[in-house]
Design a protein around this ligand. Structure first.
Ligand SMILES: Nc1ncnc2c1ncn2[C@@H]1O[C@H](COP(=O)(O)OP(=O)(O)OP(=O)(O)O)[C@@H](O)[C@H]1O
Ligand SMILES: Cc1ncc(CO)c(N)n1
Length: 274
């Protein structure tokens, strides 16, 4: 007698995290970094692609934005059926896309991590200058955590940071636009890799040894996606950011050479043989 057909054993679904970002064909940053990070941190990653870049270890050779309707449709497909427990944004390219995504996030009951991506590690622009004002007035106000690097926070607030005290001023200027928390990434300073997380009253300094490794493509995307993954698991913001910092620090330490330029961080570092 043949056995009756069985269904696969049902398991509890992992926390659901959505990235709204650009595709990096080289696999180190953007959507690809986000989904790898989400998998590494035990969450179910989903994506809304905003733009497609032709990109590798040497730079960004070109990019093409998706139409606003395509971004809106992807977002609705995911959120209306599957649902999300955290949203992360990355490259949004234009003012129109920034405003569309801000409106979509405002209507979603989940924490959001906004990485206000401006330029790639090679200095290639990923956001139109005309979109900066929309980031300030539409996107930052709906962010649970905003995670600019020092160049991005200078562009958004006019505060140039050269020291840890400068990071405090930059955070205060950013918080004035309305995100609940500011995470100012000091990765581009000298010395330890120090970031400041603050909501204006609580202040957390996150310190990690600087790894002397040039293969750092995707650090910002990885950190923001790790924060979103931990928020989706229900961690409060300071705990989520601390856990994400630990993950990105390990990924930077294990970053490897690929191509002729800057290689990627290693999203799978926790799974490698020691
Ligand atoms: N060499 C390093 N060693 C250890 N940590 C680092 C190093 N460089 C950056 N970091 C850390 O990596 C995280 C991302 O910061 P970074 O300033 O590199 O982001 P980013 O410039 O937005 O990245 P991206 O180039 O992907 O846009 C921060 O926590 C920062 O402190
Ligand atoms: C698509 C994309 N998003 C973000 C970054 C961050 O630098 C990048 N290089 N490419």
């Amino acid at each position: 007698m043949t056995a009756p057909p069985t269904t696969a054993p049902s398991t509890t679904a992992p926390p659901r995290v959505l990235t709204v970002a650009g595709s990096d064909s080289g696999g180190g940053a953007g959507i690809q970094a986000d989904l790898k990070t989400m998998l590494a941190l035990g969450t179910h990653g989903m994506s809304v692609v905003t733009a497609v870049t032709a990109q590798n270890s040497l730079g960004v050779q070109g990019f093409w934005e998706l139409p606003v309707e395509a971004v809106r449709a992807q977002y609705r497909s995911v959120v209306d059926d599957i649902g999300v427990q955290a949203v992360k944004t990355g490259m949004l390219a234009s003012a129109e896309l920034v405003e569309t995504v801000a409106e979509l996030i405002a209507g979603t009951d989940a924490p959001s991590v906004v990485d206000p991506v401006g330029v790639s590690k090679h200095g290639d622009s990923l956001l139109a200058a005309s979109a900066l004002d929309s980031v300030r007035t539409k996107l930052l106000p709906v962010a649970t955590v905003a995670t600019p690097n020092l160049d991005e926070v200078a562009q958004l607030t006019g505060v140039q940071v050269e020291s840890e005290e400068g990071m405090r001023r930059a955070a205060a200027a950013l918080l004035a636009y309305g995100p609940r928390w500011a995470l100012i990434k000091g990765g581009h300073l000298q010395g330890d890799a120090v970031d400041l997380l603050t909501d204006g009253s609580d202040e957390h300094w996150l310190r990690a040894p600087r790894h002397d490794n040039r293969h750092t493509h995707g650090t910002g995307c990885t950190l923001a996606s790790a924060i979103a993954s931990h928020l989706a698991r229900g961690l409060p913001v300071p705990e989520a950011v601390a856990a994400a910092k630990e993950y990105v620090t390990g990924a930077i330490e294990a970053g490897f050479a690929l191509g002729g330029g800057i290689g990627p961080v290693d999203h799978g570092w926790r799974f490698r043989d020691q």
